[in-house]
Design a protein around this ligand. Structure first.
Ligand code: SF4
Length: 431
């Protein structure tokens, strides 16, 4: 069996001569990465699909935490042994690079499924860019890949104002229909809300209080997620992305049972101290080999890449990134991401003033600020907007969502250039 180690070193030696090369992986933090940073991992890998190559991490997997211990995975099996490749596709540059890497490794397109979690979940009050879903659709169409959407009903704002159970998750199944998975306490929560209205009208405050206590035991937020690494306080990532992803993968009609899946995501060590400790490969939380005969391996295939490496893949494939990068943003997170810098929020106020005003009015309503210490207005202060006003087309795409298939891959005669938002010292933090 031959081995691929962290995608840096290829060894196609015979079984007797097998070696595992573990090179030192230099973590280049995004804040230290510049256009002059040398490319370390972003070169085109050899196509290994169908060649019996196992993949080993460049940094050996750790078992430092109970989570790491539980989900430890030493190596990935040869790519051709997996039935499906689910790419958790946000539309940001890292998820794009992760998919391009998969294609360059030779994985057939009909085995790759992009899953995009819509953070707004059908809510009137928005958090994400109008362009994001459109960019994901255009990217998938340009590369001939399948794209499925999923979301938690009510989205970000529904979770901020949660009183009772979590909302149901909806996801697009293999046949294109939307499926709905309802949390256990959902029906009881709805019932309690009705009962509370009734007892309020009847002025039975004793009973009202009892119902209220029970409802709160299923969940109560009325505050913004914290700007923290811990997912229980930064609940938006966990509830609206990670959990939605797991529900989606575990309930797809074609992957419920008897299959072997690889889940891919685009986290990088250079993004944050927290991510620098992530393992490149793990068992995924939907791994259920005994009960469902479903094997699910999680591969963070660009974990060791610097920001420069990521841009290099996009450049090589002539892929135009999400328009927010062209318009000046360093990250394609939610438009109003809690981690946004003052200059990002100043840019948001300029391009999507309604989003900014919604945060302001919610701060007053909740009596809780999005920043740990300051109101949004104080946090932004006199910061200069990050918007690059020369990028008229990108700004238009960003706020209108008008992105076409032909906008994704640049024509051969057009030169790929770094977007204004590249190498902005990772301002904003990870999702
Ligand atoms: S951390 Fe930011 S990008 Fe991630 S879900 Fe929360 S608000 Fe959105």
């Amino acid at each position: 069996m031959s081995q691929l180690t962290g995608q840096l070193t290829l060894s196609f030696d015979s079984e007797e001569k097998d070696i595992t090369v573990i090179p030192d992986v230099e973590v280049i933090r995004d804040r230290d990465c510049t256009i002059d940073t040398p490319i370390l991992h972003g070169y085109q890998p050899e196509s290994i699909y169908g060649k019996g190559v196992e993949i080993y991490p460049a940094v050996p997997g750790k078992t430092d935490t109970p989570h790491m211990k539980k989900y430890y995975l030493n190596n990935l099996d040869p790519l051709e042994s997996y039935d499906y490749f689910f790419s958790l596709f946000s539309g940001g540059k890292d998820s794009v690079a992760s998919v391009l890497n998969l294609l360059e490794l030779g994985v057939p397109k009909d085995k790759i499924i992009l899953i995009h979690h819509d953070i707004d979940g059908g809510s009137e009050k928005k958090m994400d860019w109008p362009a994001t879903k459109a960019y994901c659709k255009a990217f998938a169409a340009a590369f001939g890949l399948e794209l499925r959407f999923s979301f938690r009903e009510g989205g970000f704002w529904g979770e901020v104002y949660r009183y009772g159970s979590k909302q149901p998750v909806q996801f697009q199944d293999a046949d294109g229909t939307m499926k709905r998975i309802v949390p256990q306490a959902w029906a009881r929560s709805l019932e309690l809300k009705k009962l509370m209205r009734k007892t309020e009208l009847e002025d039975d405050m004793e009973l009202f209080k009892r119902y209220d206590e029970e409802l709160r035991s299923y969940g109560y937020r009325f505050k913004f997620p914290a700007k923290a690494a811990d997912l229980s306080s930064r609940y938006c990532s966990g509830v609206l992305k990670i959990e939605v992803g797991s529900v989606t993968i575990a309930h797809q009609v074609d992957t419920k049972k008897d299959c072997k899946i690889m889940v891919l995501s685009g986290e990088r060590r250079g993004e944050s101290t927290n991510r620098s400790n992530y393992n490149m490969m793990e068992l995924h939380r939907t791994h259920a080999p005994v009960r469902n005969k479903r094997v699910v391996h999680h591969y963070r295939n660009i974990i060791d890449y610097s920001e420069k490496d990521v841009w290099e893949i996009l450049k090589r494939n002539k892929v135009s990134p999400h328009p927010c990068y062209l318009a000046g943003w360093g990250r394609a997170s939610c438009a109003a991401c809690i981690f946004s810098s003052p200059s990002h929020f100043a840019g948001l106020r300029e391009l999507l003033p309604k989003y900014y005003e919604q945060i302001k009015s919610s701060e007053q309503e909740l009596n809780f600020t999005l920043d740990n210490n300051k109101s949004i207005d104080e946090f932004v202060g006199n910061a200069k907007s990050c918007v690059d006003h020369s990028q008229k087309k990108a700004i238009y795409q960003l706020v209108s969502g008008d992105i076409k298939i032909e906008d994704i891959i640049l024509p051969a005669e057009e030169e790929w250039t770094y977007p204004s938002g590249a190498f902005r010292q990772g301002v904003g933090g990870p999702c």
